[in-house]
Design a protein around this ligand. Structure first.
Ligand code: CO8
Length: 257
């Protein structure tokens, strides 16, 4: 499929999606989101892809939902079409997906990055939920996910004032896992993704599912879920291969990659 708002590549076992609306700082319109959903569905169904990297440009990961497209939306249209629900397909993607964020990640851009499994940030990254300045509030999970990432005080301040966070503050407060020089960001994200894609795919997917449980349930239920997942891993040939290879002092050859 030819894409107009994103670029899609396969780099070995890694899928790379680059948001590409340079004139609008990668503002997220419905056409872009439809393309992103299509690309992700293809990667989900592609056995050769073990991990995805989602990135933007050096200036902007995404400067938010497309305000020009949204400005004429009525309440009735928003309600009837359940506006934004289709935008969070990233959060339902079952393989690992890494956000590599340089430049602005604002509003829906910050929310899109937070839907990914973890965020690697460039040193020029700026995160914010500036919706309040437009007379609205975050609509794609920002008030919930940001609060879980950085805690109530900082999330409340950011959502109520629209203040942006730089990369150092984002790392300090747990929003991003690491900060990298901007010119090394995508290469490092691809290296990390390759590493993940080299492990056993079902084990990687179960691990992702278990970590995500921590956000959705109580500690006791989450630990119970983890235990059952852990038990089920002993039914896989990759568990046997991984542990046998360790004992035999050789590299594992996982079958289900
Ligand atoms: N929507 C549409 N167009 C945009 C957006 C946007 N969010 N951001 C930038 N652009 C356009 C500008 O209009 C401009 O276009 P043109 O050249 O035609 O005037 C072009 O991109 C370049 O932008 P600037 O000239 O403003 O560039 P600067 O470097 O001067 O400033 C900023 C960069 C600070 C990022 C500035 O562009 C800005 O403040 N942008 C808006 C940020 C914002 O408010 N984002 C939140 C939007 S609301 C939202 O995201 C709600 C979430 C709902 C759910 C989304 C689901 C995923």
């Amino acid at each position: 499929m030819g894409y107009e708002n994103i670029q899609v590549e396969k780099r070995g076992r890694v899928g790379l999606v680059t948001l590409h609306r340079p004139k609008a700082l990668n503002a997220l319109n419905s056409a872009l989101i439809a393309e992103l959903n299509t690309a992700l569905a293809q990667f989900e169904g592609d056995d050769k892809i073990g991990c995805v990297v989602l990135t933007g440009s050096e200036k902007a990961f995404a400067a938010g939902a497309d305000v020009k497209e949204m400005s004429t939306l009525s309440f009735v249209e928003a309600y009837k079409t359940d506006f934004i629900t289709s935008w969070d397909q990233v959060s339902r993607f079952r393989k690992p997906i890494i956000a590599a964020v340089a430049g602005y990640a604002l509003g829906g851009g910050c929310e899109l990055a937070m839907m990914c499994d973890f965020i690697l940030a460039a040193d020029n990254a700026r995160f914010g939920q500036p919706e309040i300045t437009l007379g609205v509030m975050p609509g794609a999970g920002g008030s919930q996910r940001l609060t879980r990432f950085v805690g109530k005080s900082k999330a409340m301040e950011m959502c109520l004032t629209g203040r942006m966070m730089d990369a150092a503050e984002a790392e300090r407060s747990g929003l991003v896992s690491r900060v990298l020089p901007v010119d090394e960001l995508v290469d490092e994200a691809l290296r990390v993704a390759e590493k993940i894609a080299d492990f056993s795919m079902p084990i990687v997917m179960m691990t992702k599912e278990s970590v995500n449980r921590a956000y959705e349930t109580t500690l006791a239920e989450g630990v119970r879920f983890e235990r059952r997942m852990f038990h089920s891993m002993f039914a896989t040939e990759d568990q046997q291969e991984g542990m046998t290879a360790f004992v035999e002092k050789r590299a594992p050859q996982f079958k289900n990659r």
